[in-house]
Design a protein around this ligand. Sequence first.
Ligand SMILES: [Zn+2]
Length: 358
Amino acid sequence: MRAVVVTPKKPGSGRLAEVPDPQLREGEVLVRVQQVGLDGTDAEILEGQYGEAPPGDDYLIIGHESLGRVEKVMGGATGLSPGDRVVAIVRRPDPVPCRNCAAGEWDMCLNGQYTERGIKGRHGFLAEFYTESPDFLVAVPAEIAPVAVLLEPLSIVEKAIEQIKRIQSRLVWQAERAVVLGAGPIGLLAGMLLSLEGIEVHFYDATERGIKSDLAEASGANYIWAGERKLSHELAAEIGAVDIVVEATGYSPLAFDAMDMVAPNGVVCLTGVSGGSRKLEVSADHLNLEMVLSNKVVFGTVNANRRHFESGVRHLLEIEARWPGLLSRMITRRLPLTEFARAFERSPDHVKSIVEIS
Ligand SMILES: [Zn+2]
């Protein structure tokens, strides 16, 4: 079959290749891939910064945001039938396992020995087929199939917002306002989920105006261009007390600005990955005092568990009902397999790029 592969840790080795078909085993299903979304992690793998081939192979099939159709069901595989639309979960528990993986919380793995399809030690989905156990597949209803390739990025956001609620159950709390840093796919999806909860959402992004501000405003949110405004107490005084900040840019200085400007009892949720080595001078005494005297929390979150994919399915239906067509507008580039590399051409006119396979 055809697949997009890399030689891990070798920059620029991404290529369309002919690879052996996956071997279908007892208890598994064969899935024909329809769409794969590409993101910053895929870009890092193509740049050779990240990525690990499965044992015994010298290449890695990339792609972890998927939508496919079940083609064949082997004996022992229950709950799915040919024709079902499915999205695959990305992470698998470590073989040890650590106490979190042993409890099914593989997204909270302690020792880092987990594997991830398309990223770390397992082939991904940017290929014509893959095989998988139904334990790691989530069925999606037909009415959201056109946007279900967004379920994997949405699962990251589902976990982030679940964690915010669990952490804030420490106090009497009614969030009224959130600032989302970055109006990329993760930020936009976070803004939509927060809006569904009745929270006033303000996006803060380095892009002036265009598709990102259009999508943000179409979801009822306010859009603030970072070129005009600093993320500061002054901004908070203008828009109102900010109970939640979701950081989704990976530009690490914003995390510190967010800790400073978030309201008393507020929470800062970090989801952006910063791969660099940026150093920053911070007002440590001031920040420490702000955090202590205002009961603030800052936390990081990564990956997602099965329940986050399942709540994501429910929210895709709700988002489609509330803002019809908005999720489809997030998919700004649809490419054939032969043109996968174009997904990584940076442009302010693009939000989410996907490859359409069948
Ligand atoms: Zn573990």
